[in-house]
Design a protein around this ligand. Sequence first.
Ligand SMILES: [Zn+2]
Length: 204
Amino acid sequence: MKPIIKTINSPCAHCSKPFDHEVLFRVDGEDYPDLKQRVLNYTAFTSPCPACHGQSNVPQDFKYFDSAAGVRYVVYYFPKGSEAQLEDTIAGVACLRDSGTRTHYVHMISDILQTIKLYEAGTPPPENDFPVSEAAMVRSKALSSEADDSMKRVMEAMRHQQETGQFPPGFIENIKRGRAIMDAEKQQADAPKKPSLFKRLFGG
Ligand SMILES: [Zn+2]
């Protein structure tokens, strides 16, 4: 799977002059060993300032995959306060867990390295629950006001999963159906913006 790298204009941490940072959002370590090395030595998370040459970081959600040696896992990094992709991430994790892929969330860049090492050593960290705080829900709703009811249903499904070890009947099927719809829509160039996937699946 191709990595996702975006350019984000942000001030330098040292001289405060804004410049274009290359920010890594997603990488499959098996497919891109060079980028994997940059994740492991943290250089994937900083950019050099053209004015003062200091290294600067733009904290962004990051997802590390590794499908090597039959071990499938995903490490999610969420900087504090950055849960903008909450809805999509919960849906994605529901599908991943259903298919046997292990997932782990971290909040510190240094923990990405530690978590990858644990997986590679064959001593995977325990599954940890998505950090769904009330504050995150409020933020998510503010970002997507139409998601109110559908968001609640996804949250309920996650709580159900945490309590019983299983998602409610039909939940995974709904997510998979939604993904298929989204994939089909992505192929239509210039498609008009539609209501969110979750609104269509769960009402709202
Ligand atoms: Zn600078």
